[in-house]
Design a protein around this ligand. Structure first.
Ligand code: G3H
Length: 276
């Protein structure tokens, strides 16, 4: 993906960012701690939820399959950790009524955030109305209070202009966040795609967040995405309301870099008080 010179310069600078303890702790607070394996079980989701509140702070959300939303809701009660789930995932091939029904069911079960896959194949093949009708149907089903993150599957786009177009259309269709990838297709999150999407968000003048997801495995990688957001949007822009990492295998590295070790048992109990 070829970027304009000024954006390429920002990317090069971000790529050299270092992951110190402060950056790692910040990244933990921006993490959508994810498990989207085909063989996930209730037990695995409960274990994931136990890891969501760490000695370096709580993650922003857990991201799990819709069938586990109720389990996560129960496990995370009182923690402040949000519950994100996925619809039209991972292929992005369902129609608008199916996506609306899937979204409504997840919201009813207690999801706070819906990560919906754009019908990216159709979009790349030239369709414009159908892909966005799916996103609009999801937006309507989310209602005003549930966050909608649109997964573009940036690695499948043959050129940056088309990706920028999909990003702009998704914002127009009501996206609260633009998310790079499902994590099921390579390449997943890249600094190039992040640069472009952050640029489109900036250009839009709207409060739209960015989620880097797929293939981010260590604190150094996370630090680069954060440095990029700081450069392109300004320091202080990236908070859980505007920036997330979607990652299944990043937490250990962030814990280690934050000075809290990196093992699965390095967690604190989820408080069992107060609901959302
Ligand atoms: O939404 C997040 C991705 O599915 C996570 O991908 P990952 O397993 O490569 O971290």
């Amino acid at each position: 993906m070829k970027l304009p010179a000024d954006l390429q310069q920002a990317l090069d600078k971000a790529a050299a960012a270092k992951a110190d303890a402060k950056v790692a702790a910040r990244a933990i607070g921006l993490l959508d701690l994810t498990s989207l394996n085909d063989d996930d079980t209730e037990d695995a989701v409960e274990k994931l939820c136990k890891r969501a509140v760490t000695p370096a702070g709580a993650v922003a959300a857990v991201c799990i399959w819709p069938r586990f939303v109720k389990t996560a809701r129960k496990a995370l009660k009182g923690s402040g950790v949000k519950i994100a789930t996925v619809v039209n995932f991972p292929k992005g091939e369902a129609d608008a009524p199916s996506v609306a029904a899937e979204t409504k069911a997840a919201v009813k079960d207690g999801a706070h955030e819906i990560d919906v896959v754009l019908p990216y194949r159709a979009f790349i093949d030239g369709a414009r109305t159908q892909p966005m009708s799916v996103i609009r149907a999801c937006r309507d089903a989310c209602g005003p209070d549930v966050i909608m993150k649109v997964i573009l599957e940036s690695g499948c786009f043959p050129d940056p202009d088309l990706l920028a177009w999909a990003a702009r259309d998704s914002i127009a269709a009501g996206a609260d966040f633009l998310k790079t990838s499902t994590g099921k297709v390579q390449p997943a999150a890249t600094l190039e795609a992040a640069t472009l999407l952050l640029h489109v968000i900036h250009e839009s003048g709207k409060t739209v967040g960015f989620k880097a997801a797929g293939g981010i495995r260590d604190a150094a990688g996370a630090a680069a995405f954060l440095a990029l957001a700081d450069q392109l949007q300004g320091k202080g822009w990236a908070t859980p309301k505007t920036f997330r990492f979607g990652a299944s295998s990043l937490l250990d590295s962030l814990l280690a870099a934050s000075g809290h070790g990196g093992k699965g048992d390095d967690t604190v109990a989820v408080p069992a008080t107060a609901g959302y």
